[in-house]
Design a binder for this molecule. Structure first.
Ligand SMILES: [Zn+2]
Length: 337
């Protein structure tokens, strides 16, 4: 019964599922009697059990009903209790009602050099699951197991979710951040091509394995707009969308049409009713923003964060017609559920 239900491979419990390369996509929903959904090309696993693991079971595919739950693949890394004197039975594993805890991908820059980034993120109270340095090689550092919580987002929220450390994977990218002149004008620093490619490949792997939706691939500044600027206006979100199919981007034609309809924009934006409506639209898109009817500091900082992500050419915190049209185009394409 058990073997007919599940594909079980004896192996070690891997420290992290990040070390595996998924080879299949979501399991096709299957009728209950024929649930022998064996992973056709099981990822390589270590031959020898780890010293402290007494033949733990390793599930390549979670057979829960994908029609009822949209992310039920398990790529291994089964963590289970081992109560003294008792046996954990997995005859009824896995349940249909489950999903991944990893539902967001959040990108950061470190505003430190390579060495300091590694020191701070491993020795101090902040951390991230991954660190992408500036080296032009093929190495990416993992600092925290994907099943565990890293401390990268702080006080944060997006749409109905808050405290996003609980539900996210964090990637820190080594980048100088910004320098500010006496007037407070910020100069940000570009990401080298090889570093962007590392980040993109890593993001693609994470987003694919956890089926993270486009609306949940965000910058730190998106989820904490009044506190944070990272990964800043030079992170190429549009390329991430165009070349890797990751995250959100608007349709240019839709944006142009919407912008052409904003005939009285400069007058409209002086009206409290317009401002209130706009604040509600930003909140509906995902940002944590109260509606005050005023161009207050939180609103300006949230516009700036939005511009860093979606209109980086001019991220000054002022709402212009193009920025507004982009927001409207994104709201059409990615409506809040
Ligand atoms: Zn950050």
């Amino acid at each position: 019964m058990r073997k007919s239900l599940y594909s079980i491979t004896l192996a070690v419990v891997l420290a992290s599922c990040a070390t595996q390369t998924p080879k299949t996509k979501a399991p096709v929903p299957q009728p209950k009697p024929k649930v022998e959904k064996v992973h056709p090309t099981a990822p390589p696993v270590a031959k020898q059990p780890a010293p402290n693991s007494a033949k733990p079971e390793y599930y390549n595919v979670n057979i829960a009903d994908a029609a009822k739950n949209d992310n039920t693949i398990s790529y291994g890394s089964l963590v289970a209790a081992n109560p003294q004197g008792y046996v954990i039975s997995r005859t009824y594993f896995p349940a249909i009602g489950q999903n991944f805890r990893q539902r967001y991908l959040i990108l950061h820059y470190t505003a430190l050099d390579d060495d300091k980034s590694l020191t701070v993120l491993t020795q101090q109270s902040v951390s991230a699951h991954y660190l992408v340095g500036t080296q032009d090689d093929n190495e990416i550092y993992q600092l925290v197991d994907e099943n565990k919580r890293a401390y990268h987002a702080g006080i944060s929220s997006w749409r109905k979710d808050a405290q996003l450390n609980d539900t996210s994977i964090g990637i820190e990218i080594v980048n100088r951040g910004y320098t500010a002149d006496a007037a407070g004008n910020r100069t940000f620093y570009a990401y080298p091509e090889h570093q962007f490619r590392k980040v993109a490949a890593l993001a693609k792997d994470i987003v694919t394995r956890y089926m993270i939706p486009p609306t949940n691939v965000l910058g730190h500044s998106d989820v904490a707009p009044t506190r944070k600027q990272d990964p800043g206006p030079f992170f190429p979100w549009k390329r991430l969308y165009d070349e890797y199919g990751i995250g959100m981007w608007y349709d240019d034609d839709v944006k142009t049409q919407l912008q052409e309809q904003l005939l009285n924009f400069d007058l409209d934006k002086t009206q409290p009713t317009f401002i209130t409506n706009f604040q509600q639209q930003l909140a509906s898109f995902g940002y944590d923003l109260r509606s005050t009817g005023l161009w207050d500091t939180p609103t300006r900082k949230t516009i700036e964060a939005f511009q860093y992500h979606f209109r980086p050419q001019l991220a000054d915190g002022n709402l212009d017609a193009e920025t507004y049209a982009i927001l409207l185009a994104l709201l059409q394409k990615y409506p809040a559920k």
